[in-house]
Write a protein that binds this ligand. Structure first.
Ligand SMILES: NC(=O)c1ccc[n+]([C@@H]2O[C@H](COP(=O)([O-])OP(=O)(O)OC[C@H]3O[C@@H](n4cnc5c(N)ncnc54)[C@H](O)[C@@H]3O)[C@@H](O)[C@H]2O)c1
Length: 351
């Protein structure tokens, strides 16, 4: 085995430390890849890189451009707030690294196109960290999808009755671009599109609501820090092949319980997926039958480590990106259209 792949982070906050690092730490133990540098504007994040992960002070940078100029990195893991995904990704490509970037890809489709173009120019892989694809139930559902035929209707639902984030940049439009659609909807929408084999979206009709989040009884956040336009969103997405997807997502809604699920209706059967369970619905022996796996391994944070392993495997074997920008840009275009449709109060077309 050659030299371990040299890994640097841009943005070393919660998701980097608690979800991505277990994957990179395991790969270090295997001699495959090792964390060598971190760039974060927050001194506390750089301190964590030193104390928790043993990086020498000179490898903890405030400015990512300085890190990219001084350290020869094979992989850059971008875990900054959404509005800072594009520039660090493009800079990392220019520095000759492969890039894994947290979801959502970025804050608008035009930025996503620029990220894809930069990766192509550098001949490096771009992976969007859509961790839900790596849940054990999701992998099982993908295998089972062969049995349900062409999917013509998908219902994607990720509702939190009460779950407005009171931390981080999630509620700040200027940092995150949007509310639960960008935080949660992007997970479940990517999941559905992946199961549907990414049909081409042609129209979107959407509505956004902000009715509850700023009520005193619900609010745990600073109201001045709630600048996104929605706490609840729903959308109907039509595809060129005639299929439709209905999407609903919230941080606050007066619903009896939360959801984290997709129902897929195919021409030969259906799949009812929850993040931790799966039901395959088919006509068997003249009966409509529900089949459930007896065991699905526990999910936890392991899906984030799995995505890291898959990315490194693709790099080492010269395979395509497991979650390429060309897929994430489809989701990004739909997100753009959701806000345009809701703002205009009408269905919008996608070019
Ligand atoms: N896959 C998931 O389930 C999941 C869960 C949570 C967050 N995320 C995504 O991860 C990203 C980060 O979220 P988080 O929860 O870790 O946020 P966070 O606030 O905990 O961490 C972000 C870090 O980026 C740093 N930062 C900001 N601007 C920077 C810059 N210009 N250069 C270098 N560092 C910079 C901040 O100082 C902070 O330490 C977001 O895009 C979010 O959508 C994904």
């Amino acid at each position: 085995m050659g030299r371990a792949l040299q890994v640097g982070f841009i943005g070393f906050g919660g998701i980097a430390r608690d979800a991505h690092m277990p994957g990179w730490s395991k790969l270090k133990g295997d001699g495959v890849a090792e964390l060598v540098a971190v760039a974060d504007v927050n001194p506390a994040a750089r301190e964590a890189a030193r104390t928790r992960f043993g990086l020498p002070p000179e490898m903890c940078f405030e400015d990512y451009a300085e890190m990219l100029g001084k350290v020869d990195l094979d992989i850059v893991d971008v875990c900054t707030p959404n509005c800072f995904h594009k520039d660090p990704t493009i800079a990392a490509f220019k520095a000759g690294a492969h890039v894994i970037v947290e979801k959502p890809m970025t804050v608008c489709a035009a930025d996503g196109e620029a990220m894809i173009a930069a990766g192509k120019k550098a001949r490096k892989l771009l992976m969007i960290a859509q961790s839900c694809r790596y849940l054990p139930s999701a992998q099982a559902a993908k295998r089972a999808s062969r049995a349900i035929g062409d999917i013509y209707w998908a219902r994607a639902s990720l509702l939190r009755p009460r779950g407005v984030p009171a931390w981080g940049a999630f509620t700040l439009k200027e940092m995150s671009a949007g509310g639960p659609i960008y935080d949660l909807g992007v997970h479940i929408l990517d999941w559905c599109l992946w199961m549907m084999e990414f049909p081409k979206p042609v129209t979107v009709s959407a509505a956004l609501y902000l009715e509850l989040a700023n009520k005193k009884s619900i609010m745990k956040h600073d109201p001045k820090r709630y600048t996104v336009p929605e706490e609840l969103a729903m959308a109907l997405i039509r595809f060129e092949n005639g299929a439709v997807c209905t999407l609903e997502t919230s941080w606050a809604v007066n619903a009896p319980e939360g959801t984290f699920s997709c129902f897929l209706s195919g021409k030969k059967g259906g799949i009812d997926w929850n993040w931790d369970s799966l039901t395959l619905v088919r006509e068997e022996f003249g009966m409509l039958t529900n089949a459930k796996p007896q065991v699905i391994p526990e999910a936890g944070q392991a899906s984030h480590a799995e995505e890291v392993y898959d990315f490194v495997d693709a790099i080492r074997k010269g395979k395509p990106s497991p979650v390429p920008g060309e897929q994430a840009i489809v989701t990004q275009r739909i997100l753009d259209a959701i806000y345009a449709s809701a703002e205009g109060g009408r269905e919008v077309g996608l070019a």
